[in-house]
Design a protein around this ligand. Structure first.
Ligand SMILES: [Zn+2]
Length: 224
């Protein structure tokens, strides 16, 4: 009964934009409940934007406690809440997913299909506390999707007034390059025809290595 009351008080306060105090956090860290997961994450994103020196006590408590709280909350709800917020507020969300080791190849597939490639690349390096055979096939599917990204740039024949027609590589941002350029020569851009930079390709390679190692490990354990 007392517990229910504490829960209701926290919920009511949150709906009035009032964050939990230290006593309420002690309660929450022992009794997480799913109804407030989304609200807490949204509040966290708001507070995160404020500089450290501008946060009041309750806001600082939220920043300090959120990852512990999410780590004991319902994992499916947390994973869904974080991955669906990835592009809204990119950096703090990735930081949370990373701290909580919530690598989710299923959600990453969805991000690829939603054309959120920068977000995808940031997620590839995240780990998971343990991997199953299902994870492995989902991770393989991520590779498959990455290997078959559609072209965003194009090869185009450009004819100058006095010069002969020449083939050009037009990058996804519309910069015109020599045909031999795999990556756009614009320093700020550097994208290949798929919209990826060399650094991003390197991250994908690292991910592929990780999947290959994991596959060996899992098969070994399977036939032991
Ligand atoms: Zn470019």
């Amino acid at each position: 009964m007392k517990k229910e009351l504490a829960k209701l008080q926290i919920q009511k306060a949150l709906s009035n934009d009032k964050l939990p105090d230290s006593e309420q956090w002690i309660y929450l860290l022992n009794n997480p409940f799913d109804d407030i997961t989304n609200v807490l994450i949204d509040k966290y994103l708001e507070v995160y934007k404020l500089g450290k020196e501008f946060r009041n006590e309750r806001q600082t408590l939220l920043i300090n406690n959120i990852s512990s709280y999410l780590s004991i909350s319902n994992k499916n709800i947390v994973v869904y809440a974080l991955y669906t917020r990835i592009s809204e507020k990119f950096e703090p969300i990735i930081a949370l997913i990373d701290t909580l080791k919530l690598f989710s190849p299923k959600h990453i597939q969805y991000l690829i299909k939603s054309d959120k490639i920068n977000e995808v690349i940031c997620c590839l390096g995240i780990s998971k506390s343990f991997y199953t055979q299902d994870d492995l096939s989902d991770m393989d599917e991520v590779i498959n999707l990455l290997d078959n990204l559609p072209n965003k740039g194009k090869i185009e024949t450009v004819k100058g007034l006095l010069s002969k027609a020449k083939e050009k590589y037009i990058c996804p941002n519309g910069h015109s390059n020599d045909l031999e350029d795999i990556f756009c020569s614009n320093y700020e851009c550097q994208k290949n025809i798929k919209g990826l930079t060399q650094t991003q390709l390197n991250s994908i390679d690292l991910y592929k290595e990780k999947v290959a190692k994991l596959s060996k490990l899992l098969t070994k354990n399977l036939y032991k």
